[in-house]
Write a protein that binds this ligand. Structure first.
Ligand SMILES: *Cc1c(COP(=O)(O)O)cnc(C)c1O
Length: 448
C-alpha cells in the first residue's frame, strides 16, 4: 500500500498569482488588458511579435541598478558596479545599464564586443573567466580593458605573453578561491576549494609577488566570486571578504601594492519565496571587512539586476490529459529557458488573461515540446484550465534566460523585446527558420 502523501507545510505552498505580482512592481493585472509590464500589455506584444518572446522592463533595470548603487553609497563605499554580461547579453539591456553608469564584467571576446557596442568604456570592463584564450587576451589588451582577473599562475604567464605581443601593460587582479560554501546549487557554487575557479588563498601571496616581477603584468588587486543565487544570508560573503582583507594586509606587509578589491557577484533573488538578501546587507558585509582598506571596490552583479526585470511569454499549444495528470504543453521549451532542467529552478508561471488569472487553479505539469523528459518547467503547479493559444508569463526570466538558450530540436532562438513606459521595441529579432539552416553546408561529394 502506498504511503499517504505528506501534508503540505505552509512554506511548501506556492505563492498565489497575486502574491507573485505584489513583489514585482513592474507587473500588474489590468481588468481589460490583462498582465501588463510597465504600461505595455503582454498580450499586445504576443499579437505583434508572437511567442515565445523574452520581455525586459527597462524601468526595472534602472530601478535595481539605482537601488544597488544607493546602498553602496549609503555605506560610503567607493564601489564601481560591473554588470555581469553573461546574465543578459542583450545589447539594449546593456545600453540601458551603461546609460546609468554600469561597467561590465565579461568572460569572452564576444561579451567584450557587446559591452563596447553598448557604449561601455573599456576602462570599466573587467575580464573574468578560467580559460581566456591568447587571442582573447590580445584583443582585450588592444581594446584597453581596465582589469583582467587572473585565475592561475599559468594564466599570468599567458597574460604576460599577450601583453608583450600587443605592447600593452595588463592591469591584473588575482582571483582567489576563499574555500567558503555559498550554500547555493552545486552547479553555481564557485568558491569552494574543489571548484575550478581562482587560486587557493594560501598560494596567493607567492603568486602575487611573482606577478609584480612579471613583464607586462601590473598587479592591481584581488578578486573573489563565490557563487550565484546566494540567498542564505551574508555569512559566506562575510567569510570570503574577511579572508580577502587578511590577504590584502599580508600582501601589503610584503611591500606589494593592492589598490583594488573586486567583490564578485552572486546576490540572489526570490524566485518563489526565498529570503531575499538586500543590497544594503551586501554593502554592510563589504564595509565590515573591506571598508577601511583604502582600496577601490568593485561588485559584479548579474542576476540581481536583470533577473526580476524579465519575463518569458509563451502560448499554450494544447493541454493533454493522461490518467489523472494534466500536462500543459507550451510553445516555449528547455532550449529557451533551461534553468528548470539544469538547476531544478522554480519560476512563477502566471496566466495573462484576467479571466484565467482569477479562475480556480488545479495542479498540472507545465512542459515544452522538446523530446526530453527534462523539458519540464514545473510539476504539480496550480494553473487554471488553459485553452490552446492562452498566454502565460514565466517570471524572473531576465537572467540566464535568453543568455542560455540553444536551438536544440532545431528550434529558432526566441525574440527579445524591451518595454520602457508605454513603449516597446523588438531588440532581438526572432531567429528565422532560414537562418537556422543558413550556416550548414553539405560536403562537395554529397552535393550532387
Ligand atoms: C557569473 C559571474 C558573476 C555574476 O553572477 P550573478 O550570480 O549573476 O550575480 C560575477 N562575477 C563572475 C566572475 C561570474 O562568473
Amino acid at each position: 500500500m502506498a504511503a499517504p502523501a505528506p501534508a503540505l507545510l505552509p512554506e511548501d505552498a506556492d505563492p498565489t498569482f497575486a502574491e507573485l505580482l505584489a513583489g514585482r512592481p513592474h507587473l500588474s493585472l489590468h481588468a481589460h488588458d490583462g498582465l501588463t509590464m510597465e504600461e505595455v500589455p503582454l498580450a499586445r506584444i504576443a499579437r505583434e511579435v508572437g511567442t515565445p518572446t523574452w520581455i525586459y522592463s527597462a524601468g526595472t533595470l534602472r530601478r535595481r541598478f539605482h537601488a544597488l548603487r544607493g546602498a553602496l553609497e549609503e555605506a560610503r563605499l567607493p564601489c564601481e558596479i560591473h554588470f555581469a554580461v553573461k546574465a543578459n547579453p542583450n545589447l539594449a539591456v546593456l545600453r540601458t545599464l551603461a546609460a546609468e553608469g554600469a561597467g561590465a564584467d565579461i568572460v569572452s571576446e564576444g561579451e567584450l564586443r557587446l559591452a563596447l557596442a553598448a557604449g561601455i568604456d573599456p576602462g570599466h570592463v573587467v575580464f573574468s573567466g578560467v580559460g581566456k584564450t591568447p587571442a582573447e587576451l590580445r584583443f582585450a589588451l588592444a581594446q584597453g580593458v581596465g582589469q583582467i582577473n587572473a585565475e592561475s599562475a599559468e594564466e599570468v604567464a599567458m597574460i604576460s605573453a599577450a601583453a608583450a605581443e600587443t605592447g600593452r601593460t595588463a592591469q591584473v587582479a588575482l582571483r582567489v578561491n576563499p574555500d567558503v560554501d555559498a550554500k547555493t546549487h552545486a552547479k553555481i557554487t564557485t568558491g569552494k576549494s574543489e571548484n575550478k575557479f581562482g587560486v587557493p588563498i594560501a598560494e596567493a601571496p607567492a603568486l602575487y609577488a611573482r606577478m609584480a616581477a612579471t613583464p607586462g603584468v601590473q598587479p592591481v588587486g584581488v578578486a573573489v566570486h563565490i557563487g550565484s543565487q546566494i540567498t542564505s544570508g551574508m555569512a559566506a560573503y562575510a567569510a570570503a571578504y574577511s579572508a580577502l582583507a587578511d590577504l590584502v594586509r599580508a600582501l601589503r606587509a610584503d611591500g606589494l601594492p593592492v589598490e583594488r578589491v573586486d567583490c564578485g557577484g552572486g546576490l540572489g533573488i526570490p524566485y518563489r519565496h526565498e529570503p531575499a538578501p538586500s543590497p544594503a546587507a551586501l554593502a554592510g558585509a563589504i564595509r565590515g571587512a573591506l571598508g577601511n582598506l583604502g582600496v577601490r571596490l568593485m561588485v559584479e552583479p548579474g542576476r540581481w539586476i536583470c533577473g526580476p526585470a524579465g519575463v518569458l511569454l509563451a502560448s499554450v499549444i494544447l493541454s493533454k490529459h493522461t490518467g489523472a495528470r494534466r500536462f500543459v504543453i507550451l510553445d516555449a521549451a528547455m532550449n529557451d529557458l533551461v534553468r528548470p532542467a539544469m538547476y531544478e529552478a522554480w519560476h512563477g508561471i502566471v496566466p495573462i488573461s484576467p479571466a484565467a488569472f482569477h479562475a480556480p487553479a488545479t495542479p498540472c505539469d507545465v512542459v515544452g515540446p522538446v523530446c526530453e523528459t527534462g523539458d519540464t518547467f514545473a510539476r504539480n503547479r496550480g494553473l487554471p484550465a488553459l485553452e490552446p493559444g492562452s498566454l502565460v508569463a514565466f517570471l524572473d526570466a531576465g537572467a540566464y534566460g535568453a543568455a542560455m538558450s540553444s536551438t536544440y530540436n532545431a528550434r529558432p532562438l526566441a525574440a527579445e523585446v524591451l518595454a520602457d513606459g508605454a513603449r516597446f521595441a523588438v531588440v532581438r529579432e526572432r531567429q528565422t527558420q532560414d537562418a537556422l539552416l543558413a550556416a550548414q553546408r553539405l560536403p562537395a561529394w554529397m552535393a550532387a
